[in-house]
Design a protein around this ligand. Sequence first.
Ligand SMILES: NC(=O)C1=CN([C@@H]2O[C@H](COP(=O)(O)OP(=O)(O)OC[C@H]3O[C@@H](n4cnc5c(N)ncnc54)[C@H](OP(=O)(O)O)[C@@H]3O)[C@@H](O)[C@H]2O)C=CC1
Ligand SMILES: N[C@@H](CC=O)C(=O)O
Ligand code: NA
Length: 438
Amino acid sequence: MVFKIGLLGLGTVGTGVVEILSNPEGRHPLLSELSLHRVGVRSLSKPRSVNIPEHMLTTDLEAIVIDPAIDIVVELIGGLEPARSLILQAIENGKHIVTANKAVISRYGTEIFDAANKKGVYVMLEAAVGGGIPVIQALKQSLGANRIQTVTGIINGTTNYILTRMKNEGADFAEVLTDAQQLGYAEADPTADIDGLDAGDKIAILASLAFGGKIKLEQVYCEGIRKVTATDITYAEKLGFVIKLLAIAARSPLATPEQDLLSVRVHPTLVPLSHPLASINDVYNAILVEGEPIGQVMFFGRGAGSGPTASAVVSDSLNIVAVLQMQEAEVINPIITHEMMSCTHQHYCKIAPMTDLVTRFYVRFLTKDSPGVIGKLGTCFGQHHVSIESIVQTGFHENLAEIVVVTHDVIEGNFNQALSEIKSLDEIDSIPSILRVL
Ligand SMILES: NC(=O)C1=CN([C@@H]2O[C@H](COP(=O)(O)OP(=O)(O)OC[C@H]3O[C@@H](n4cnc5c(N)ncnc54)[C@H](OP(=O)(O)O)[C@@H]3O)[C@@H](O)[C@H]2O)C=CC1
Ligand SMILES: N[C@@H](CC=O)C(=O)O
Ligand code: NA
């Protein structure tokens, strides 16, 4: 059975969702069970980069959330109202929800989840934190066995993009913000990004999942990047740091065995260059989770933008489809499994032989120190279409010359043929190392 999506919003993320839905080849087979039924927007005349049949588009979003044909409402309009009311109304009408709206979830999560639990529907929000990075599902499921101690993240793409360009290019704050807006990273009102409020919403959601309780948003300390200057960035670098907008949720050192106490905060922070978060640049986000017994685990990827965020939205929708399919099928067949949790592949994938691999190689030769040996190596490689990136004689080992070659990307089969010819050269004593280069 095909399940129908009512999409609210066809902006940056909504467009990405339509692009995935309309191009299912090579993705999860359950995508064929999902179809776009209606799309709600503010303006019918706005030019769109995706083709939506005219009859599907509407400005009447309420009609979508009450439409009996729709199974899943995907909310991508952003902001607080009418997003909150539409989500609640959709739940009331028995729809499952997928949303990327961290502002609504961090403020009205309790109301929304209570309503959903009462109605027996799911509210999925992977896209709300870290865009396409699967961190919500990881905290809800895969890390469930752990006692989480800290969650430290770079979870706002816009500010990370701005800070990276300010550091690398000495770029001007306002100019880079305009670029971030054009790239679709920033919120409709970018104040939420710049002042740390978007990261505050997100860390409240992560803290709630990691520490298993509700978080009052007004208790989350939020400081943005407005006061970070080029001078600070330069000084930080000289001292061995980089400035990042960090969102941190941790058990407070002041917690007692009787009273659990958390610290949840967002602020620009000097991060030591050796720290795993120091090298997260541009629109990339990363979330470092520390728990017992897992230790450190880090999630990394694009935290904003059309495709990466849509990836999370559609994957959430697929999870709902798998549940709906089970509910449908259980009536007739009680031994049905959840298609996103079971392995049901029927065919074998074709694996290419290693001789077809295209890679670079590092080879170390020990050769007689006779004239022309480097030329002979070059000729042999060339005859087999193996192009050399660098060739150096690095020294001597007991009268033998040591020559190191790094190739360009070559076909492994060609490289092997060249090598077997080289091995038969009089000048070659041995080939102590052959390694592939990334
Ligand atoms: N952009 C990103 O990288 C990310 C965004 N998010 C979240 O995803 C959500 C969507 O963001 P994004 O796609 O960037 O937003 P956009 O501003 O690009 O798109 C919003 C869409 O919603 C429609 N819309 C807004 N308000 C209304 C309304 N009152 N009635 C009808 N339609 C309305 C707009 O219609 P119209 O096109 O006609 O103007 C537009 O299609 C937000 O919650 C955001 O925080 C989450 C992660 C990353
Ligand atoms: N404005 C947000 C979009 C994703 O949540 C960001 O820049 O991270
Ligand atoms: Na995510």
